[in-house]
Design a protein. Structure first.
Length: 571
């Protein structure tokens, strides 16, 4: 994807109550139909792409940085260099010493999760890269900290500005309000909030953009979980909250703070994550929403674009998938597996910040089978092991893999089942001619099957919108969601959760590729039904939600790279 041109500083619908009329876990049958039709309408097909402008309107390019003018700014120290936690230790429960919760450790969390990782320059244009990747580098995701206690800064709600590595004080909580929030959370915990500005992606990608925003939320969730793990902390998605509550806590429903800002430039509430020094046994059941809403709010949001284009279908799917309040999920018990192994002693802080997407792969680098199996092992959930311990549900996505260059493994099509319970349904849904041979060279607990032995490089490239990176890597893959049943039985808002899980899978693959000395790229552009046809999938029981490629990168030496925060001169 071409990089967007940077824009000098310039500024969705307002979060509003949606038509949620009950029946399936809080969402209406209508909402489910809308989510399913959105998905069908935004497929790329071999003979036409999902609707978009078709060209880049540079005059309306959205500002990638949100700021709240007038809010008190708290500069954060750039302290991630000082954190020596080896990447390998993240996966051994209790191996990482718990860092004290203070401004320095919160600064590290945000630097490693959502901070800048570099500036790139080409022919006088500069653009920032971040630790969390984003489709087209458009970065729709905004980050927040909700601090219940005074930590060199007052208790309150803060917006994170990645460019300036600072917190903007959006809401100040006085003593009793802060105490009420602290009471609701486990001791020493705080919250991280995520929201999305859909327009940032829609500007370039039109109707398919809503999918990309959800992928990006998933990547950001993964990024927060890994950063917390590097500090010895746990992180858990509080998935029972409604979007109305998340909007209120983050101040996104405050019309007065978005006065003069076009509705497209407003933020859609996504997630609240409980970050704690210790694994959370009993997540909070209620948060003092009204108290936070009644706090002392400050700051005026900036406008992001001078004008906007309406993509009505995005408003419709955002409405339909608006999350209602639900019961706290049952605590998921994953099947116990042997301990997760990683050989990478590089510090997690270094690895996270060096993560990059590759624009080209060399078509030569191969990966040893053991390394490949280890990467796949990281895609399986284990109790208390990041990042999967943050999602309060069992895996709903499985992985169809094009093996191109794995030493000791025949090229072909493989399937990793991330939950063994899916086996019979998945097997019944795909081509009856598939081999379903369990790969015997891999650890016994890895449910990896060979479906077909064949050189599928050309096929992989075609289904990923003809992008060579899908053929030139050691392997590429498509993530297959248990789609229709999940949405029909759990509610339309699960449409977003499925993409979040895909994004977390992507974040694992990005970091695992770096740890293995290779590189990877998320691929949001793929021909949905072409991949379904290859697998023999008909109907919408299973749907392909994201592609990925991993291999030996080819650097683009035309681009200059600058350090992320040279412009701040801060330590
Ligand atoms: C959801 C998602 C979809 C993406 N799709 C593509 C794609 O189809 N082709 C591609 O070359 N890169 C793709 N990328 C890579 C982005 O362009 C890349 O993350 C972005 O430019 C930022 O660069 P970085 O990952 O090096 O920080 C995708 C990334 C994400 C997160």
């Amino acid at each position: 994807m071409p990089e967007p041109k940077p824009l000098p500083l310039a500024t969705y619908p307002a979060p509003c109550k949606r038509h949620i009329t009950g029946s399936v876990t809080g969402t209406s049958i209508d909402s489910i139909t809308i989510a399913m039709s959105y998905h069908a309408q935004t497929k790329h097909h071999l003979d036409h792409y999902a609707r978009s402008l078709g060209y880049l309107d540079w005059a309306t390019q959205p500002d990638p940085f949100r700021i709240f003018a007038g809010a008190v700014r708290i500069d954060l120290p750039l302290a991630a260099d000082g954190l020596g936690t080896p990447y390998a230790d993240l996966f051994t429960p209790l191996a990482v010493p718990t860092q004290t919760l203070d401004l320095r450790s919160i600064a590290i969390l945000f630097e490693l999760a959502l901070g800048l990782s570099a500036w790139k320059e080409f022919k006088g244009n500069r653009w920032a890269l971040r630790c969390n990747p984003s489709s087209g580098n458009l970065h729709p995701t905004e980050g927040y900290a909700i601090l219940p206690t005074r930590l060199q800064v007052e208790a309150g709600v803060y917006h994170y500005v990645s460019r300036d590595h600072c917190l903007e004080q959006r809401c100040l909580l006085d003593g009793s309000a802060a105490a009420e929030l602290a009471e609701a959370l486990s001791p020493g915990s705080f919250l991280v909030g995520l929201s999305s500005i859909h327009w940032r992606e829609a500007w370039k990608y039109g109707e398919r953009a809503f999918r990309y925003c959800q992928h990006d939320v998933g990547h950001a969730l993964g990024a927060v979980r890994y950063a917390a793990a590097a500090l010895g902390w746990s992180a858990l998605l509080l998935d029972w909250l409604s979007d109305d509550e998340v909007a209120a806590i983050l101040g996104l429903d405050r019309a007065e703070d978005f006065a003069g800002v076009d509705r497209h430039d407003r933020e859609h509430p996504d997630a609240l994550i409980l970050v704690s020094p210790a694994p959370v046994q009993v997540p909070p059941r209620a948060l003092p929403v009204a108290t936070i809403r009644a706090g002392h709010w400050a700051g005026q949001a900036n406008s992001l674009s001078v004008s906007h284009m309406d993509w009505e279908i995005i408003d419709e799917v955002a409405n339909a998938t608006w999350k209602p309040v639900t019961d706290p999920p049952e605590y998921v018990k994953h099947t116990p597996l042997p301990p997760l192994v990683s050989a990478c002693r590089t510090s997690a802080a270094t690895l996270i910040r060096q993560r990059r997407s590759c624009v080209a792969l060399d078509g030569q680098t191969s990966i040893p089978a053991d390394t490949f199996f280890q990467m796949l092992d990281h895609l399986l959930p284990r109790q208390g092991v990041p990042p999967w311990d943050m999602l309060p549900w069992s895996p709903l996505l499985h992985v169809g893999i094009f093996v191109h260059r794995i030493v000791g493994l025949a090229p072909g099509l493989y399937m990793l089942e991330r939950d063994r319970l899916i086996h019979d349904r998945l097997r019944a849904a795909v081509q009856p001619t598939f081999l379903w041979e369990k790969v015997t060279a891999c650890p016994e607990h890895l449910p990896l099957y060979c479906l077909m032995r064949e050189d599928l490089r050309r096929t992989a490239q075609i289904v990923s919108c003809h992008q060579e990176i899908a053929a030139e890597g050691a392997f590429s893959l498509g993530m297959i969601a248990d789609f229709a049943e999940t949405i029909r039985s759990k509610g339309a808002w699960w449409y977003r959760r499925l993409f979040w899980e895909a994004g977390v899978l992507g974040q694992v693959l990005y970091l695992e590729a770096e740890a293995a000395g290779v590189r990877s790229t998320g691929i949001g552009c793929y021909f949905d039904d072409a991949f379904h046809e290859l697998l023999g999938l008909a109907g919408d029981e299973f749907q392909d939600l994201y592609h990925f490629t991993v291999g030996g990168p080819v650097e683009d030496h035309r681009l200059m790279t600058h350090p992320p925060y040279a412009h701040l001169y801060r330590t």
